[in-house]
Design a protein around this ligand. Sequence first.
Ligand code: 0O2
Length: 219
Amino acid sequence: MNIENNVELEMQEKVKSFANLMMMYGCAIREVKTKLEVLDDEFSVRYKRNPIATIKSRIKKPASIYRKLKKYGLEPTEENILTGLHDVAGVRVICSFIDDIYMVAALLANQDDITVLKVKDYIKEPKENGYRSYHMIVEVPVFFSRGKTPMKVEIQIRTIAMDFWASLEHQLRYKKNIENVEGHEEISAKLAECADTIAQTDRQMQEIKRMIGEFNDLS
Ligand code: 0O2
């Protein structure tokens, strides 16, 4: 049995309701995905275009939940998972253009059953390594048989180009101890350079869209 399985068993022992909790996060993801799909469907009928290219989702693995609780000095309990972690449920929205990101974020934030708890705009302020994405932590009510439970979901919204960079960088670097690799400074510089090139391309595509002018904004 590997370490991940051991951690999973420990989590299940300590958090008796673990399976139920994961089911609740799964439902919260479905609520958010449905909202996004509705917006995209409306756009495709009204404006003959899709601002959302893809929607991906994931529930954090038990071992990652365990590690994050440890990092925050929290015991593995249902209460600590619900209140102390905000990224157990994650939805990634891949948009076509930069302004689609802000439009989708605003349309979601304006829905009266959504509470935006936190926003991190890594597009206006990219991370030092070049990472760009718009992050929102939202709370969405989910209706279970015993009543309504507000559930936290982390939503990452980015363009196809930002996602291309982030996915490859994740494979190459993120969470790996690249600092120990010889020439790591050059590697980091090259990755940041790629991110800048991609960001420039994203801006050009946005400009071409504006020049063609055939896409309408929601009015
Ligand atoms: P995974 O495997 O994708 O789930 P905070 O919660 O505010 O204390 P945290 O959790 O680091 O800080 O939040 P932040 O900065 O908003 O980043 C959360 C997620 O964004 C990460 O989740 C990644 O998915 C993504 N991310 C952030 N920085 C980078 C980066 O430099 N490169 C890539 N590729 N992705 C990044 P996880 O849980 O770390 O990973």
